[in-house]
Design a protein around this ligand. Structure first.
Ligand SMILES: *[C@@H]1O[C@H](CO)[C@@H](O)[C@H](O)[C@H]1NC(C)=O
Ligand SMILES: *[C@@H]1O[C@H](CO)[C@@H](O)[C@H](O)[C@H]1NC(C)=O
Ligand SMILES: *[C@@H]1O[C@H](CO)[C@@H](O)[C@H](O)[C@H]1NC(C)=O
Length: 254
């Protein structure tokens, strides 16, 4: 009963600030910075506050890639696709499908793209670029692009059609976009973003972490994306995946 009354008093205290003095029991002294100040224990509560959950800015992670490159597909398959959802609370992922392509302005004012893995790759880049534009929210278009990139053997366009059907994506609108001036302009924007990289990219997949690319960041991303993102996140409200212990495959004794 006494505990109950103290609890009520404490709740009134914090909701209405009716108490200017430290009239809450000691177990509540660290419950807020205001109460700690009133009870003159701010310094003593400091370490307790610092262990409380603290949000921080999301880690910006950008992937520059091209739709039909085996190493990009491998990066999706081994790092991004299995972990994207679990990291999505702390990772602001941006996808830039263009990679090692080249562009040239044609007579009609439209851009003409040449891709490392042929025409099919250009179509794949365009499909993904249009999907990003039309579907807007990455939690909607990531599964679609991830599905295309996880298809090992088909050309991007065939994968895209299959993936759209599987995920209920409106492929007709995407296809229309790829054949339009808008699609051409959107792909040009991907080219501009890729060509603005500093240092310029030398290969794909090429990643930036909070806008920065180094060989070390690249290697960490390719080896263990979860560790890289969890380590770069400054908040203490890390998602469960950050605490999971990775074990490699082992033959245990018997
Ligand atoms: C990510 O980018 C946004 C927008 O530019 C910025 O506000 C934020 O601070 C960045 N996050 C980190 C961890 O740098
Ligand atoms: C995510 O990154 C984009 C740039 O790629 C930026 O414009 C946006 O502000 C960022 N959002 C957050 C929440 O950091
Ligand atoms: C994107 O979709 C998710 C899940 O539907 C939602 O939680 C989030 O707020 C959306 N983000 C934006 C920027 O609309």
């Amino acid at each position: 009963m006494r505990r109950f009354i103290t609890l009520i008093l404490f709740l009134c205290c914090i909701s209405y600030s009716i108490c200017d003095k430290c009239n809450v029991p000691p177990e509540f002294w660290c419950s807020s910075p205001e109460i700690a100040a009133k009870c003159e224990v701010t310094r003593q509560c400091q370490s307790y506050f610092s262990t409380q959950l603290r949000q921080a800015d999301m880690v910006n992670f950008t992937l520059y890639f091209e739709s039909n490159c085996p190493d990009c597909k491998n990066f999706f398959r081994s790092q991004l696709s299995p972990n994207y959802e679990k990291l999505s609370g702390i990772m602001n992922l941006t996808l830039v499908p263009y990679g090692n392509a080249r562009e040239q302005k044609s007579g009609s004012g439209k851009w003409k793209f040449t891709c490392q893995h042929g025409k099919e790759e250009c179509i794949g880049n365009l499909i993904e670029t249009c999907a990003i534009h039309l579907m807007k929210n990455i939690s909607s278009y990531f599964p679609f692009i991830s599905c295309i990139e996880n298809d090992q053997f088909a050309e991007p366009q065939d994968s895209a059609e299959k993936c759209a059907k599987k995920l209920g994506v409106d492929f007709k609108s995407i296809k229309e976009c790829t054949n339009s001036d808008l699609g051409n302009k959107l792909e040009h924007e991907m080219a501009v973003r890729t060509d603005a990289l500093s240092p310029p990219h030398k290969y794909v997949p090429w990643v930036t972490l909070n806008g920065v690319h180094t060989e070390d960041i690249e290697q960490q991303a390719e080896k263990d994306l979860v560790k890289l993102i969890c380590g770069a996140y400054k908040g203490s409200d890390k998602p469960a995946i950050c605490g999971e212990i990775k074990t490699t495959r082992r033959c245990y004794r018997y």
